[in-house]
Design a protein around this ligand. Structure first.
Ligand SMILES: NC(=O)c1ccc[n+]([C@@H]2O[C@H](COP(=O)([O-])OP(=O)(O)OC[C@H]3O[C@@H](n4cnc5c(N)ncnc54)[C@H](O)[C@@H]3O)[C@@H](O)[C@H]2O)c1
Length: 324
């Protein structure tokens, strides 16, 4: 396969690029490095420093290559920032993606895989969320993602593209060979923060709310290893080139851990206690977010390789030590 991948200097994009290249595919990356880092880009990928809305350059990149499909990871991803700057998220994630997809369509790329998020479901009161669940995005980040989903669905109705929308749950962990991982500064990502506490870059972890109606009062999330997410893209890409179809899939393991359980597992790995305190709930945070992950497994006959919290935390920690 010859793949155009946006956001390949970022966390999930770089892991996916590594995985595709390892399996013998060609990958060209476009990224403007707003949040990404050049050192995450695999050596064997072609790299273009380019904004997704730079139609002229993108047209040239597409006409210089012969891409079978595009995987669109590029975007801003911080919920807290999106609440403060909703227009920035609408512009970068929605408006610019639309311009980018128009460049793809005008230059005859028809197969699109798009990174969406479980946060499009919002608070559904449902423990194992199916793809058919109502969509109630609760922040500007999630809203911007849902608007792109709707745009892609419309373009497929017009027979201009085929899309696969992948709604990721909580992506965590790092490449086992330590070639990539999460770099994000001032992250609010639980696993990232824990790794920073474990490597003395922060002095404590704050639990955002311990009064949820869950088994230990802390929020529960479906953590999926980033290398499994990368593999899901490979599987989907291969399939899309054989069969013309469009659909939406959850990407999770279908099981969840509470914040306290994740902290406990990290303490087990470190064989020491970490400094933990309790803070207020975050705005619009939901108590439980777990995927019903059956649809993807069934359609693609896929099994995860890294469904293990200890493995997720160990790989993330190894990466954090390397960053030090
Ligand atoms: N990390 C998660 O848990 C998670 C969960 C659900 C969905 N997602 C989605 O997955 C995708 C990748 O997320 P990530 O965690 O790797 O984020 P990331 O910030 O590490 O990567 C995003 C990349 O996109 C690039 N980018 C942003 N805007 C751009 C633009 N206008 N033009 C060109 N490049 C641009 C950034 O420089 C960065 O390299 C995002 O679309 C995100 O919404 C992530």
């Amino acid at each position: 396969m010859n793949i155009l991948l946006t956001g390949g200097a970022g966390y999930i994009g770089s892991h996916t690029a590594l995985s595709l290249i390892e399996k013998g595919n060609s990958v060209s990356i476009i990224d403007n490095l707003t949040t990404g880092d050049k050192k995450l880009i695999p050596n064997k990928a072609k790299y273009y420093k380019c904004d997704i809305a730079d139609q002229k350059l993108i047209q040239k990149i597409i006409s210089d290559n012969n891409f079978n499909l595009v995987i669109h990871f590029a975007g801003l991803t911080r919920v807290d920032e999106s609440i403060r700057y909703p227009d920035k998220y609408d512009y970068n994630n929605f408006e610019k993606s639309k311009i980018f997809f128009e460049s793809c369509i005008n230059n005859k790329i028809k197969n699109i895989i798009f990174s969406s998020t479980a946060s499009v479901y919002g608070d559904n009161n449902s423990s194992y969320i199916k793809e058919t669940e109502n969509l109630k995005p609760m922040n500007p980040y999630a809203k911007s993602k849902l608007k792109i989903e709707e745009y892609l669905i419309q373009k497929a109705k017009e027979k201009k593209i085929s899309y696969i929308i992948l709604r990721y749950f909580n992506v965590a962990g790092a490449d086992i060979k330590n070639r990539s991982g999460l770099i994000s500064k001032n992250s609010s990502n639980l696993v990232k923060v824990l790794c920073e506490v474990a490597t003395n870059k922060r002095d404590k972890i704050t639990i955002n709310g311990n009064d949820y109606k869950t088994k230990d009062g802390t929020a529960i999330r479906d953590f999926i290893h980033v290398s499994d997410i990368a593999d899901m893209h490979y599987v989907v890409a291969k399939f899309m080139l054989k069969e013309t179809f469009s659909d939406v899939y959850n990407c999770g393991y279908g099981s969840g851990y509470s914040v306290k359980e994740v902290i406990k597992e990290m303490e087990k790995i470190l064989t020491k206690k970490l400094k933990v305190d309790i803070g207020p709930r975050r705005e619009n945070d939901i108590p439980i977010s777990i995927a019903n992950a059956d649809k993807f497994k069934k359609k693609f006959n896929w099994k995860p390789k890294f469904n293990n919290l200890n493995y997720i935390l160990t790989t993330a920690l190894d990466w954090e030590k390397k960053l030090k």
